[in-house]
Design a protein around this ligand. Structure first.
Ligand code: S3P
Length: 173
């Protein structure tokens, strides 16, 4: 018999919806460690995300992302998992997330997203014409985040309110 440890609090959402910030705050509140999928990939590959995209291509990055998710989610320790915005693009990733945890989608308006990411050089998919890229990609991906168990709108709430809402939903499980 395979034991399933559905004990991960998993944050998904478009780039700039605040997954890392919210994860850090949740970690203090819930006394759970955070595993950041992007940071895991960077450490494992010993390359930055822009380097990986440029030298190996997006498909290679996506393969590392799936392997990272498998490794992190199949471990039995309870953790908060901060995913990258594109972790929802593969069905197998979504299946892993729903199997091993409670999935919380963070949302924000495109305007807020643009504001939060416009000076960041670390996101290859948003370099050059950031506004157009955000609008296009948000539109293209909008259905991909709908599988989450819960959705929290970070444009309407303060950071504390977002964290309170997630804690309430998590503890109700
Ligand atoms: C990506 C989001 C990034 C990172 C990579 C690709 C995406 O993570 O994984 O640049 O496709 O949305 P953040 O959402 O943490 O910026």
């Amino acid at each position: 018999m395979t034991l399933i440890h559905a004990n991960k609090l998993i944050l998904i959402g478009f780039m700039g919806t605040g997954k890392s910030t919210v994860a850090a705050r949740l970690s203090d509140r819930l006394n759970l460690p955070v595993v950041d999928v992007d940071a895991y990939i960077v450490e494992k590959a010993a390359q930055t995300i822009p380097e990986l995209f440029e030298q190996k291509g997006e498909a290679y990055f996506r393969q590392l992302e799936t392997e990272a998710l498998q490794h992190i989610l199949e471990a039995d320790t309870p953790v908060i998992v901060a995913t990258g915005g594109g972790a929802v693009l593969k069905e197998e990733n979504k299946a892993l997330m729903t199997k091993y945890g409670q999935v919380f989608a963070l949302t924000a308006t495109p305007e807020d997203i643009i504001d939060r990411v416009k000076h960041d050089a670390n996101r290859p998919l948003l370099q050059g014409e950031v506004e157009k890229r955000v609008y296009d990609l948000v539109e293209k991906r909008k259905a991909s985040y709908l599988f989450a168990h819960h959705t929290v709108d970070t444009s309407k709430l303060s950071l504390d309110e977002v964290v309170n809402e997630i804690c309430k939903l998590w503890q109700a499980e």
